[in-house]
Write a protein that binds this ligand. Sequence first.
Ligand SMILES: Cc1cc2nc3c(=O)[nH]c(=O)nc-3n(C[C@H](O)[C@H](O)[C@H](O)COP(=O)(O)OP(=O)(O)OC[C@H]3O[C@@H](n4cnc5c(N)ncnc54)[C@H](O)[C@@H]3O)c2cc1C
Length: 354
Amino acid sequence: MRCRGIPPRSRGGGCQSAGLVAPTLFFNDQLDVAHHANAFFREFDGTAEFSFTERERIDIVTEGEATEATQLATRLADEGCPVRYLEAEDVSEQFPQFDLEEFAGAVLYEDTGWVDPYTYATALQTTAMARGATFELDVEVTDIRVDNDQIEGLETDDGTVDADVVVIAAGWRTRSLLPDDIDVPIQPYRTQIVVLEPETSLSDEFPLGRVGTEHVYFRPEHNGDLLVGGSHHTTDDPRSTSTDADESFRVEIADLVPEFIRGFEDADLVNGWAGVDVASPDTSPIIDSPANAPEGLVVATGFNGLGIMTSPVVGPTVRARLTGSEPEFSTEPFATDRFEGVGVDFDYISTSDI
Ligand SMILES: Cc1cc2nc3c(=O)[nH]c(=O)nc-3n(C[C@H](O)[C@H](O)[C@H](O)COP(=O)(O)OP(=O)(O)OC[C@H]3O[C@@H](n4cnc5c(N)ncnc54)[C@H](O)[C@@H]3O)c2cc1C
């Protein structure tokens, strides 16, 4: 594999995400959540510049994982999801670029796809503005104002804001904004992506996927390149971690990909970056008022590398916490009281183990 001069990273801030959407896999124990998220992306398709790219996904498994994978596929199919288990030779027949000699097979998901995170975020912003929301993009919140156990508003570097309700959705900075004596169990972790340009551009049928044992996932780009992500490690110092992909990660991916996808022996490495997201103890997000929080305070954090695909449940869950409304899915998996007694030093679980 050749390493072309990697251009300066063109994506910044929240646009570091790979944009994969696979809720049926990651919320296979909370299918009401998965159904809500899946429906949202299809309905939102066509809003402003946003489009949802439908694409099948294969989760490639070893012999040791095959029994569990078959059981998962059978259970999901029994529950009405378009999921099935394929033996290795059936994967190669359906997706000829894959050579799964070293693997047993794959779970095929037919309700998956991806979004461009930047276009998705700006389409959400446009929609919210049309409904009356305003955005202050270059203002830093410096403190939360509380009086008599009730939220009063915010202090910012641009002045004071009055508000009855504050939702802190500040990624790894969330804990630093919480009032004294209030905490949520989250840990920042760094993760990386590289983009490979194969000898021949990938076709429109090339699937998304993952090799769980290697902790890597992949998806095609619209231009026929391949985006490959992985390397999840907690960090004590998220502010100063590098936003570039490490040389060791590039080498790992350059060696790994040709082992199971044909056409990448002489691929060019054309881009790469790293970003920080936040882990919770059980890999599900925390969308709730923390214990002992003042009236009117909610957090939305701990998205565990799934924040794009989970985003459709955030608004309805925040609304449920504040108004008692009942969304079409259970919000219990996002409640803070599920972590009673769990401190912030919990063992990190990567979503590549789901
Ligand atoms: C490399 C990578 C690949 C990913 N791939 C996928 C994927 O394929 N699919 C998927 O679903 N998810 C993916 N994710 C995860 C997804 O991007 C995150 O889960 C999601 O962005 C988390 O959203 P958040 O709002 O909690 O945090 P963030 O996106 O970190 O946003 C927090 C925001 O709060 C702002 N902020 C913080 N403090 C303050 C303050 N004091 N004042 C004002 N603003 C403040 C920050 O500037 C930032 O804009 C990926 C993440 C990374 C890093």
